[in-house]
Design a protein around this ligand. Structure first.
Ligand code: AP5
Ligand code: MG
Length: 215
């Protein structure tokens, strides 16, 4: 049973690695960004609120995110552990999450801190293409679909995420530096953090993660 957090800047490969980890270790992948995007697509009240922040590259308010995650983690499918992608993202979220876990007698297994240079991150985010139907992620250079612009899985036309325009990516990087990077120190204090170099190719990054997670 593992409870794993993927920490790292926008575009570093959290979602990509989460898919690989979830398949190999049979772990449930929970991405707050994906939950918000699904709500935006469905036009729910949560989606309407989240959209206002996401399209500007800003974080959705802490209380809203924490309520959402705490609710999601009480579903039956989380009882054998989970992989959190994009949460927690502020010191407030991490502190509240820790108290919530503690109140349930639970603990995190590891926080994987994936890092790469800003130049690489901007290239990865702006070159990303996603399938609006099945959610599969591609990159126009490093991970292209077999047919340009078409999802390998389901044949749907790929789109660019609304917040992957270069100016918004730069804003998200700034928000990461200001609000999320302090979590590295926070988790170093708990002894739970493990560093992963996110710069090499995706399978090389995955090998580092497997070495940390064990068999
Ligand atoms: P979210 O969806 O979490 O976005 P993010 O953190 O900005 O990260 P990304 O999804 O952009 O990148 P990723 O690390 O998953 O990279 P990927 O694997 O796709 O959040 C979006 C928004 O939602 C936030 O801005 C905020 O508004 C809101 N939100 C979400 N959670 C929140 C929270 N907890 N609190 C408040 N607000 C919240 O890879 C990127 C590209 O690179 C892909 O094209 C991929 O194919 C390629 N690639 C990946 N790895 C490699 C590699 N090793 N080599 C070459 N290419 C690679
Ligand atoms: Mg992602």
């Amino acid at each position: 049973m593992k409870r794993v957090v993927l920490l790292g800047p926008p575009g570093v490969g959290k979602g990509t690695q989460a898919e690989l980890i979830s398949e190999k270790y049979n772990m449930l992948h929970i991405s707050t960004g994906d939950i918000f995007r699904a709500n935006i697509k469905e036009g729910t009240p949560l989606g309407k609120t989240a959209k206002e922040y996401m399209e500007k590259g800003l974080l959705v308010p802490d209380e809203l995110v924490c309520d959402l995650v705490e609710d999601r983690l009480t579903w039956d499918d989380c009882k054998d552990g989970y992989l959190l992608d994009g949460f927690p993202r502020t010191v407030y979220q991490a502190e509240r999450f820790d108290s919530w876990l503690k109140s349930r007698g639970e603990d995190l297994s590891v926080v994987l801190d994936i890092q790469a240079s800003d130049e690489l991150l901007i290239g990865r985010a702006t070159g990303r293409r996603v399938c609006p139907a099945c959610g599969k992620t591609y990159h126009i250079v490093s991970n292209p679909p077999k047919t340009e612009g078409i999802c390998d899985n389901c044949g749907t036309a790929l789109i660019q995420r609304a917040d992957d325009a270069e100016e918004t990516v730069k804003k998200r990087l700034k928000v990461y530096q200001d609000q999320t990077s302090p979590l590295i120190e926070y988790y170093t204090g708990t002894g739970k953090i493990a560093e992963v170099d996110g710069a090499p190719g995706l399978m090389e990054v995955f090998e580092q993660i497997c070495a940390l997670l064990g068999e």
